[in-house]
Design a protein around this ligand. Structure first.
Ligand SMILES: *Cc1c(COP(=O)(O)O)cnc(C)c1O
Length: 359
């Protein structure tokens, strides 16, 4: 593999105290960069001091949104060692997103190595307090200077990392979500299955309306009939109805969450009945009324987010008494145990820093 050139900053910052951390506003001293130019391919992998880009105002990503990203975390265990969770899956997903937006793919081993190498250089930025982590954001933007709609001939792949606080500082807190029968995030045949910047622009208006109505997130329904569950904000959605656990299938409109896959794997390990099938909002509301329902979101930021209330067409439905369900809690505890190295990792999902990719 091509050597990654490392240029260290001459002005290292002091990471902020763990107890002040929130999400997405603090970044480490360095970043990883890789360029693509037509005829040359991806080239010049390097770690450089964290810095601004200089972009021509006509740079195509600023106009036509040819941008994708991914998101994962590194965790410092109680043993002090750093674990990166399932980065190989994020690398594959970044390439799937790339394909959908006509962005040239990157060797997955190089993506994994870019993440590992950057976390290694900035390892003192991985916070120590329980529940904290280092968020990792690989991104690709189209950088050709032109106005006109066609795939760019040049790109930058970069990775930035930053320490983030514990998601549940005051214990697991069930969220209120609102199913939208008006707005859609994505449709089959569109970009829903890609972690494309454009999807988040499309979600903002509906999310603001939900916030005005007192909910934290939108439960997106399918874009055709507004009837079947798709996903929530930046999380996949799951329910337990009686003894069946149901999550929407990867139908092209929703993102293939790595937490989703991890949870489904654990549930199957435990011998539970898991169905990836379309599930209608009416079925969920009927289950909420019968009282035999747990609902939770899955995603890297929160890992597991219990849902305590569902809004739909002006009605509010309380789920599981507004409390975190037993299965929801068990999933959270198990995944956290794997990520922080306090529990067994039977599927080998974490990679300890120091173990190079492929060796
Ligand atoms: C990132 C994301 C998820 C969750 O994916 P994870 O790999 O579990 O973090 C789910 N839905 C959307 C729309 C997302 O952007």
């Amino acid at each position: 593999m091509t050597e990654i050139q490392i240029t260290r900053t001459t002005k290292p910052q002091t990471p902020p105290p763990d107890e002040t951390l929130s999400f997405g506003n603090v970044f480490s001293d360095h970043m990883f960069m890789l360029n693509y130019d037509e005829g040359k391919g991806w080239h010049s992998p390097r770690i450089v001091p964290y810095q601004n880009f200089s972009l021509d105002p006509a740079t195509c990503v600023l106009h036509y949104g040819q941008a994708i990203f991914d998101g994962l975390k590194a965790y410092r265990g109680s043993d002090g060692r750093i674990r990166i969770f399932r980065a190989n899956e994020n690398a594959k997903r970044l390439n799937r997103s790339a394909r959908q937006l006509c962005i040239p793919e990157i060797d997955t081993a190089l993506i994994e190595e870019s993440i590992r190498a950057l976390v290694e250089v900035d390892q003192h930025w991985v916070p120590k307090a329980p529940g904290t982590s280092l968020y990792i954001r690989p991104t690709i933007i189209a950088t050709e200077r032109f106005l006109g709609v066609h795939p760019s001939k040049s790109y930058i792949y970069y990775v930035i990392v930053g320490p983030v606080g514990a998601y549940y500082k005051e214990g697991m807190n069930p969220v209120k979500i609102m199913a939208s029968d008006k707005y859609v995030r994505a449709v089959k045949g569109g970009l829903g299955a890609a972690k494309a910047a454009a999807n988040y622009a499309a979600s903002l208006y509906g999310a603001e309306e939900a916030k005005k109505a007192g909910y934290t997130q939108v439960l997106w329904l399918d874009g055709v009939e507004h009837k079947y569950l798709d996903e929530v904000g930046t999380m996949n959605i799951m329910v337990r109805i009686g003894d069946e656990i149901v999550t929407p299938p990867l139908n092209g409109a929703i993102l293939a969450g790595i937490t989703r896959d991890s949870v489904l794997t654990l549930l199957r390990d435990w011998g539970l009945k898991v169905s990836e099938r379309p599930i209608s909002i009416d079925e969920v509301i009927a289950a909420a009324k019968s009282g035999n329902l747990e609902m939770w979101g899955t995603g890297t930021a929160a890992v597991i987010s219990p849902v305590g209330e569902l809004g739909y067409k002006g009605e509010r439905y309380v789920i599981n008494g507004g409390k975190t369900g037993e299965l929801t809690r068990k999933l959270y505890d198990t995944l956290i145990g794997i990520q922080y190295g306090t529990g067994p990792d039977p599927h080998g999902w974490t990679r300890l820093l120091g173990n190079r990719v492929g060796g």
